[in-house]
Design a protein around this ligand. Structure first.
Ligand SMILES: *[C@@H]1O[C@H](CO)[C@@H](O)[C@H](O)[C@H]1NC(C)=O
Length: 251
């Protein structure tokens, strides 16, 4: 992994001056991109992560993420730019907007309204655009279930699957999905993959949780601990995901 040193120093310098100015403003805008593996910035109730967790799987590449704007606690615009080569079939990162909320038992959730508008550009893209939710048997315990909702499977990207085939094709939140199931370490992963890619998505994510309880036996004593929205790249060149608008809340 090599990051361009000059870009990093320039980014730090401009971040400092813009941060200085933003102290008097309510809304943070136009902050410099961050390219470090675990770089992050807070905006409203979101933490925006670069999260290059799988970068060691790549032969080469880099990725930088930046905040475009935020509004109130629940809305954010952001982007991430990347090139990754090698490590076929392996995820390199998960740049994402993570919503910070108090973990809640599934039985107590009433709604998780969300909307997400995005676009992707770049060459030879293999990547998803996906929500990633986690649940646990306690508010701060190890993750037991991972629930992914893929709005796009670009370039043949595929989810974790024990069998290689969908286990169901449910209609949830007015759209049809291929549902895959498999293990990620100790976590059981359910991945809903949209049958038709959608760049402008609105839904109540509680409907996905309700389906998993009703049709897949997920216990309503589980706690929802994480709601993240971002993209997992496998490979591609000069890629840029632009999230022009994303909002979510948990009630
Ligand atoms: C924003 O979130 C903070 C804590 O996360 C909360 O104290 C505050 O009331 C929220 N503001 C609004 C307008 O909901």
């Amino acid at each position: 992994m090599k990051f361009p040193l000059t870009l990093t120093l320039a980014s730090l310098a401009s971040a400092a001056s813009i941060n200085g100015r933003s102290l008097t403003g309510k809304t943070l805008t136009r902050r410099a991109d961050f390219c470090d593996q675990w770089g992050q910035v807070t905006a409203g109730n979101f933490i925006l992560y670069n999260n290059l967790w799988g970068s060691g799987n790549a032969d080469s590449g880099e990725q930088c993420t930046g905040l475009d704007s935020s509004s109130g606690n629940n809305s954010i615009s952001w982007h991430t730019s990347w090139t990754w080569t090698g490590g076929q079939g392996q995820v390199k990162s998960y740049a994402n907007a993570a919503y910070v909320f108090t973990a809640a038992q599934l039985s107590s959730l009433s709604s998780i309204p969300t909307s997400w508008s995005w676009s992707y550009e770049g060459s030879d893209l293999v990547a998803n655009v996906a929500y990633d939710l986690f649940t646990s048997s306690s508010a701060d315990g190890d993750h037991e279930y991972e629930i992914m909702i893929w709005l796009a499977a670009l370039g043949g990207a595929g989810p974790i699957s024990a069998t290689g085939s969908p286990i169901d094709t449910p209609t949830v939140a007015g759209q049809s999905w291929d549902l895959y199931e498999g293990m990620n370490g100790q976590m059981q992963v359910y991945s809903f993959v949209a049958s038709a890619e959608t760049e402008s998505f609105s839904a109540d994510l509680v409907e996905f949780i309700d389906y998993l309880q009703t049709s897949q036996g997920m216990a309503d004593s589980q706690y929802l601990t994480d709601v993240q929205a971002g993209s997992e790249p496998f490979s591609g060149t000069d890629a840029k995901l632009t999230v022009s608008a994303y909002s979510v809340s948990v009630a």
